[in-house]
Design a protein around this ligand. Structure first.
Ligand SMILES: Cc1cc2nc3c(=O)[nH]c(=O)nc-3n(C[C@H](O)[C@H](O)[C@H](O)COP(=O)(O)OP(=O)(O)OC[C@H]3O[C@@H](n4cnc5c(N)ncnc54)[C@H](O)[C@@H]3O)c2cc1C
Length: 511
């Protein structure tokens, strides 16, 4: 039996679990978090990756959610200007299209004025007979609206929250599955299994937070034995990545005749990201994959707008994720609420220490910080308040530079490490911000970064990710800590795989 009693034990290392753990430990709670796979291996790496108000949610009158999300755009940008940045979206307007111009104008007016916009430029109207944005498109549009939202590296957002929580004293356990949790003498007894070694462990905590995303009901059913739990509606969304279809930093927002929308977004310099879909999902969330029907839908929908059609042969990568939406009884998947719901269980009136449980349903990347603040209010009610909200003015690891200071940061890094290619320096600042210098250390020439695996991925970066960000497999490195999977060949991946295995063998032998 574990001696230490944590204030909080969090199940789930997606954005919500890591966000809650970070906020809680920063307020002085003692916190443990278990993630059964890698951080962000669930929904939190399967998103469209927008830090956005959610223009479309206005149609469903989700004003609370849209306002909170709009306000968060600049808060999050300032917290992590390396992995979050503003993006302009071009919304072409077609006469006789699915939404009238006045409705779009009204939506964008609300979008500009509902709250929080200080640095992001406002909506503009584009003349599509002249604007560059019209170049890659068919001649269908004479006008377009251009508005602001943000972009985020979703998987890095998660791991940086975990990193910061750990730096502040939380016990962070990736590859650790919670297999049971029971109330005993006013405390939680939680059994976990290390999914690599198979070693079991027992933890105790005053309060449990179930932030298992699409598995939230699985955890309620499996770990707590409540077979009837049906709180979330699982809605799959998939994306395709193709060789780039257009130049420039702006993204497109297309309205399809079926009332759905798709985005086409510049991605990783050489690619275009196209998504997403909405379809109900049943089964184990770990098995989610894009279907042939979704692939065809996305290619066909994008080809309606781009001069050069999007063919299945153009696809270089696909990914799919599952939205764990609170089940509000909506009939269509795309109409289910995108807002989050927090439910406290086992806590009666003002009695404390009754081993409360907080279940987290829904939530977006954009609202994770506010969701955590709301969760902390509930945690305070349940086990007593500690500290005060602090994350709005904080920086995530590596994000401690001015909000519009990315270019200056690149110049600084390049001055300190002049041997880096310009694109390499830019990428390192985008990934690691001010911590790029920790990764590069005392290197004075490119050879000091060790073996080159391919593209500009050197041994030093791999070792940094293993030592500081819990990376353990090639997939962790190529698809979540970075997107180098898009750039490395099969043989390069095999080399990396071999290198990682050797490091792990050495670590195991040294234990
Ligand atoms: C297609 C799509 C597009 C989206 N686009 C956007 C967007 O553009 N902008 C935006 O703001 N939001 C977007 N979202 C929403 C956002 O991605 C999700 O709401 C968010 O990532 C959910 O995070 P989470 O932490 O709740 O779940 P997850 O990220 O799934 O995390 C839950 C974690 O719990 C772990 N777990 C489960 N059971 C156990 C157990 N027994 N023991 C230990 N660990 C366990 C899982 O392994 C998983 O990693 C999108 C979602 C989808 C699917």
């Amino acid at each position: 039996m574990a001696d230490k009693i944590h204030d909080l034990f969090v199940i789930g290392g997606g954005i919500n679990g890591c966000g809650i753990a970070r906020d809680a430990v920063g307020r002085g709670y003692s916190v443990a978090l278990a993630e059964m796979n890698d951080f962000a291996s669930g929904t939190s790496s399967g998103a469209t990756k927008l830090i956005h108000g959610g223009l479309r949610y206005l149609e469903h009158y989700e004003f609370r959610l849209v306002r909170e999300s709009l306000m968060e755009r600049e808060v999050l940008w300032a917290m992590a200007p390396h992995i979050i940045w503003p993006m302009r979206f071009v919304l072409p307007y077609q006469k006789g299209g699915i939404r009238p111009a006045w409705l779009i104008r009204l939506g964008l007016f609300l979008y500009d004025h509902l709250g929080g916009r200080k640095l992001l430029p406002p909506t503009a109207v584009l003349d599509m007979r002249r604007d560059e944005a019209a170049k890659p498109l068919k001649a269908l549009f004479s006008k377009a609206f251009e508005y602001s939202d943000g972009w985020v590296d979703d998987a890095r957002l998660v791991v940086l929250n975990a990193r910061d929580a750990s730096d502040k004293g939380a016990l962070i356990m990736p590859r650790t599955k919670v297999v049971s949790a029971r109330r005993e003498n006013g405390l939680w007894t939680i059994e976990t299994v290390d999914t690599v070694s198979g070693i079991a462990a027992v933890h105790r905590a005053r309060m449990l937070v179930n932030a298992a995303g699409p598995w939230v009901d699985h955890v309620i059913r499996g770990a707590f034995g409540k077979n009837e739990a049906r709180n979330v509606r699982l809605v799959q969304g998939s994306h395709i990545v193709v060789k780039k279809k257009f130049e420039g930093p702006r993204a497109y927002f297309f309205q399809n005749p079926d009332n759905r929308i798709i985005f086409a977004i510049p991605y990783e310099d050489e690619f275009t990201l196209i998504g997403t879909t909405d379809r109900d999902f049943s089964g184990d969330p770990k098995d989610v994959r894009i279907s042939q029907e979704e692939t065809e839908y996305l290619c066909k929908a994008a080809s309606e707008y781009f001069k050069e059609p999007v063919r299945q042969d153009d696809i270089v990568w696909t990914y799919a994720g599952i939205r764990p939406l609170f089940d509000d009884g909506a009939t269509k998947a795309q109409e289910a609420t995108r807002d989050y719901v927090l439910k406290l269980d086992g806590f009666v009136g003002s009695e404390v220490n009754r081993a409360p449980l907080l279940n987290v349903f829904g939530g977006k990347l954009t609202t994770y910080r506010r969701l955590a603040e709301h969760a902390l209010e509930k945690i305070g009610e349940a086990i007593g308040t500690k500290g005060a909200p602090w994350t709005a003015k904080s920086h995530l690891p590596g994000g401690d530079f001015p909000v519009q200071g990315y270019e200056a940061e690149v110049t600084k890094l390049h001055k300190a490490y002049p041997f880096l290619a310009a694109s390499h320096a830019r990428r390192l600042v985008r990934r690691y911000g001010t911590r790029a210098s920790v990764l590069l250390g005392t290197a004075g020439k490119i050879e000091d970064l060790g073996r080159l695996f391919g593209s500009d991925l050197y041994e030093a970066e791999v070792l940094y990710l293993m030592a500081h960000e819990w990376a353990r497999t090639t997939n962790d490195i190529l698809w979540r800590r970075s997107k180098k999977g898009l750039h490395l060949s099969h043989s390069e991946v095999a080399l990396l795989d071999q290198f990682i295995s050797e490091i792990i063998q050495r670590q195991v032998a040294a234990q």
